[in-house]
Design a protein around this ligand. Structure first.
Ligand SMILES: Cc1ncc(COP(=O)(O)O)c(C=O)c1O
Length: 382
């Protein structure tokens, strides 16, 4: 037998780059040709593995990338020397020289950032591309919309900056259409107040995956910033408009292996803290994954895993390296069998949404929480 550690993988995340490519092409196909597609690849491409994802994306029609910080940006730049990379988060002052070094686009939310990035451009002897961000109700990054005009004027005067885009971030696109419309309106009204703005030369964007469902290019939006949907997950519970036209395929599935099968008598407590006690004699399987792999403790006593194509309840607390599942209803189960937290087993599927609900969290967090102990195993189905 080979002594390659991957041969002995206990918990693994399967990443289907063919599904990623199909999703991006399908999402791209929803948009008019003049609309730019910014692919969000921060947080290790939502846990899928940044280098592999970017390599694939570079070949399938994305126009620019979005990352959180300069470390991620440098990793993207190593793979794609050409496409713009927008830093979606703010920079620390010591990171400013990286803007020129890696040819990055900064987000500007405040006047002191204008001064800093202008100085970084002056020192590098070139103009730093920037997108201005306007806060229309997210309450996070961006200049508050009521005072955005002053920041716009500062930007227009900065000799070593080049304004390439203006954007806002929707806080509730998957849950509150009225608030979303208010944000879009505030954003567009704010732009109206900018004297001499050449909108057609800029990227004007607001929409994340959830916003894409009601994307409105006719109002002047000419770019979208897509994360979750390209990884095959619909952000809200249901698409209602544009997103009903695409069939997205989940890119990531998370599996582990059964390492022990045994029968326990009624009344036995299971796992730390005795939070579960067997009501009757039961067959249980010990699975080789726990919170050390990114399985949220919150799914203990709430979630299920697929074993042999059946939903098997998780018994007791999730521990660092093990989870116990009730396999009484699962037919023959043996050491080495596969258990699936989310993904397909034969004709049965456990969605990331179902798993994240059982963890009391959201699909974004489930994907980002998969730890480095879990090898990503790449394939490409079409
Ligand atoms: C500024 C910004 N735009 C776009 C996105 C992509 O969001 P989603 O994954 O919902 O498409 C994010 C993700 O957190 C973000 O922070």
């Amino acid at each position: 037998m080979e002594s390659n550690s991957k041969t002995f993988t206990r918990c693994r995340a399967d990443v289907d780059l063919g599904a990623l490519e199909d999703n991006v092409r399908a999402l791209r196909g929803l948009l008019p040709r003049n609309v730019s597609y910014l692919s969000v690849v921060k947080a290790d491409a939502y846990g899928h593995g940044l280098p592999e994802v970017v390599e694939r994306l570079a070949g399938c029609g994305v126009d620019l990338y979005g990352v959180a910080n300069v470390t991620e940006a440098a990793a993207v730049r190593r793979i794609d020397p050409r496409r713009p990379i927008l830093l979606l988060s703010a920079l620390l002052p010591e990171e400013d020289p990286c803007l020129a070094r890696y040819n990055l686009t900064a987000t500007v939310s405040a006047e002191d950032e204008v001064a800093r990035f202008d100085e970084a451009g002056r020192r590098a002897g070139r103009r730093i591309p920037v997108h201005m961000k306007i806060d229309t109700g997210m309450g996070r990054l961006g200049v508050w919309h009521e005072i955005a005009g002053a920041l716009y004027r500062k930007l227009a005067e900065a000799r070593h900056l080049e304004l390439r885009g203006i954007y806002t971030h929707l806080s509730s696109a998957d849950s509150d259409p009225n608030f979303t419309e208010r944000q879009r309106l505030l954003f567009l009204e704010t732009l109206e107040g900018f004297k001499g703005l050449a909108r057609e030369e800029l990227l004007i964007h607001a929409d994340n995956s959830a916003g894409l469902d009601t994307f409105q290019p006719e109002r002047g939006f000419n770019a979208v910033r897509i994360g979750l949907a390209q990884y095959g997950v619909i952000p809200g519970r249901h698409a209602r408009h544009l997103l009903t036209r695409v069939e997205l395929r989940p890119v990531c599935s998370l599996h582990t292996r059964v390492t022990l099968v045994k029968t326990l008598p009624a009344g036995t407590p299971v796992s730390y803290g005795q939070t579960y006690r067997l009501q009757s004699d039961a067959r249980v399987a010990v699975l080789s994954a726990g919170y050390g792999d990114g399985i949220h403790r919150a799914c203990g006593n709430r979630g299920s895993v697929l074993i042999g194509g059946q939903r098997c309840p998780i018994l007791g607390q999730v521990t660092m390296d093990e989870v116990v599942a009730d396999i009484s209803g699962a037919g023959a189960v043996a050491c080495g069998d596969q258990a699936t937290f989310f993904g397909r087993q034969g004709g049965t599927e456990m969605s990331i949404r179902e798993f994240s609900d059982s963890c009391g969290t959201i699909p974004w967090e489930v994907l980002c929480a998969i730890t480095s102990r879990v090898p990503r195993v790449y394939s490409s189905s079409r």
